[in-house]
Design a protein around this ligand. Structure first.
Ligand SMILES: *Cc1c(COP(=O)(O)O)cnc(C)c1O
Length: 389
């Protein structure tokens, strides 16, 4: 089955079959992991498409093809981490370029923009894009990129990808969307006008908290060519073994995302009426300020919930340590439920003033809802909340 023949099939079918063909040599239904670093040439410069595994590898190629098919894009490129996708994209900009980023962008992305790219002469402006029109006054002659993440982290605000894409293109800038929180199952930014979509594969795409990896997808051959050149030149490529694991995780993305979202909706509704809870932020709740935009732009609401617990930091810590199944740890998107305290953990490096502006209070917790049985997650939250005083 060629990749193009799978683009019209269903999501779950593409997740299993795109790029993945039985091994022609043995008939193995799951192709073997291609660990070789180099490939035999029949004459100097004559080869079957692979020369050296940094520039191209069959196991990586299988994964890249599959993610591209799920994002509705032509070209996928995999990297050693989500952060190395950011670094590689930013290195296509030259000194003197400007970019506009959503203000509550992933912490590592913020760090790259403000502590690394700036020294290469690339300037970033951070803007609250919850109202898309806010982007307008920030364009400059040299604005090359707009960088968006939606839903944002950890306050789960939704940004109108189509509107931002239109503003970016009016000003000759490209739109990059970090789609990690939604996964390609719930949102396809390319179809909404984005030029590049990226993922931390570490999260939902691999889904089992055992691989650090990144991927990007584009439909534009010129952008692809530039980024493929950078992928090879910068060399932040993933191992074949990690590509194999991520490809295996990807096969179940559809049913995992369905369960993540169903569990999250149930927990969000439970928490919203719980007397120990001050506020629940989940795009699937009608009380979410961007609920209508989420319904329009996404095919579901995902597995991430943020909520404010009633009480002080000591109560919140007691609640977190009371949990039995839900594990206190950073990261998200795995089959197991993880909870974290952004003000100290993922967003501890954000200044107290910026945390206050973003609404990252001491009682705000972020829950990555896993795919365990819902009764057990409900019981776990209930006992932990009832005993936090
Ligand atoms: C984790 C994450 C990243 C960074 O990816 P790594 O694989 O950890 O390097 C980027 N964006 C978002 C939204 C993330 O959650």
């Amino acid at each position: 089955m060629t990749p193009s023949s799978t683009t019209s099939s269903g999501f779950g079918t593409r997740a299993i079959h795109a790029g993945q063909e039985p091994d022609p040599a043995s008939g193995a239904v799951i192709p073997p992991i291609s660990l070789s670093t180099t490939f035999k040439q029949s004459a100097a410069g004559v080869h079957s498409g692979y020369e050296y595994s940094r520039s191209g590898n069959p196991t990586r190629n299988n994964f890249e093809t599959a993610v591209a098919a799920l994002e509705g894009g032509k070209y996928g490129l995999a990297f050693a981490s989500g952060s190395s996708v950011t670094a590689t994209v930013l290195n296509t900009l030259h000194s003197g370029a400007h970019l506009i980023s959503v203000n509550d962008v992933y912490g590592g992305t913020y760090r790259y923009f403000t502590k690394v790219a700036v020294h290469n002469g690339v300037e970033a402006t951070f803007v609250d894009l919850n109202d898309a029109a806010n982007v307008k006054p920030h364009f400059k002659e040299n604005t090359k990129l707009v960088w968006v993440e939606t839903p944002t982290n950890p306050t789960l605000r939704i940004i109108d990808i189509r509107a931002i894409a239109d503003y970016a293109h009016e000003h000759g800038a490209l739109l990059v969307v970090d789609n990690t929180f939604m996964s390609p199952y719930f949102q396809n930014p390319l179809a909404l006008g984005a030029d590049i979509v990226l993922h931390s594969v570490t999260k939902y795409i691999n889904g089992h908290s055992d691989v650090v990896m990144g991927v990007l997808v584009t439909n534009d051959p010129a952008i692809h060519e530039k980024l493929q050149f950078m992928q090879n030149a910068m060399g932040a490529v993933p191992s074949a073994f990690d590509c194999f694991l991520a490809r295996r995780g990807l096969m179940t993305l559809e049913i995992r995302m369905q369960r993540h979202a169903a569990n999250a909706q149930t927990l969000a509704e439970y928490l919203e009426v719980n007397p120990h809870i001050e506020q629940v932020i989940y795009p699937g709740l009608p009380s979410h300020p961007n609920h209508d935009l989420a319904k329009q732009q996404q095919r579901g609401f995902g597995g991430m919930i943020s909520f404010r617990v009633k009480g002080n930091l000591a109560n919140v810590n007691k609640f977190l340590s009371n949990l039995k199944y839900i594990t206190l740890a950073e990261s998200l998107g795995g089959v197991e439920s993880l909870i974290e305290l952004p003000c100290i953990m993922t967003h501890g490096a954000v200044s107290p003033e910026d945390r206050a502006k973003l609404g990252i209070t001491e009682n705000l917790v972020r829950l990555s809802v896993g795919i365990e049985n819902i009764e057990d997650l409900l019981a776990d939250l209930k006992q932990a909340l009832d005993n936090m005083a």
